[in-house]
Design a protein around this ligand. Structure first.
Ligand code: ZN
Length: 161
């Protein structure tokens, strides 16, 4: 396994639409990418990581759920959402910036696992936000694009420390 470099805002990779991995058995290369992304996410102490953040334009995201498990979602699609929340969000690719974003409170995602099987998973609260945030990355969107409010330096000091 290897730690991958996380690209930062300003890099064009973060603005591209990612291609699907597709059905069938995953290649060795994709499996290695999943392992490397997992290691990179743990090292960076984040809640989620999308393949474009490590320079790979494929529809793959990892999300840390409330049980501290890392979910691997390949070709993820949001199939259901309900409710609404406004919370502070940040991004490993946008260091030093935080913003209030409006997201659904509960989100169900359909995705492929590393065995090539489709499955669905539902997340609430922080996990729901992470699903939306990471899947947005696959379409070149960043959390600050449609943020409700970007925190000022004062607010960052107060809320983030
Ligand atoms: Zn992000």
């Amino acid at each position: 396994m290897a730690l991958l470099n996380i690209v930062k805002m300003g890099d064009n990779t973060l603005r591209k639409i990612c291609r699907p991995v597709g059905s069938g058995k995953l290649t060795e290369r994709t499996l290695r990418l999943l392992d490397d992304m997992r290691e990179t996410l743990i090292d960076a102490d984040g809640c989620g990581l999308a393949a474009p953040q490590v320079g790979v334009l494929r529809r793959i995201v990892l999300v840390l759920n409330e049980k501290e498990e890392i979910l691997e979602l390949i070709d993820p699609v949001i199939v259901d959402s309900e409710g609404e929340q406004e919370e502070i969000e940040g991004c490993l690719s946008v260091p030093g910036k935080w913003a209030y974003t409006r997201r659904p409170m509960k989100v169900t995602v359909e995705a492929t696992n590393r065995n090539g099987e489709r499955f669905t998973v539902t997340g609430e609260g922080l996990t729901a936000r992470a699903f939306c945030h990471e899947i947005d990355h696959l379409d070149g969107k960043l959390f600050i694009d449609e943020a409700v409010h970007i925190l000022t330096d004062e607010e960052v000091k107060k809320y983030i420390g």
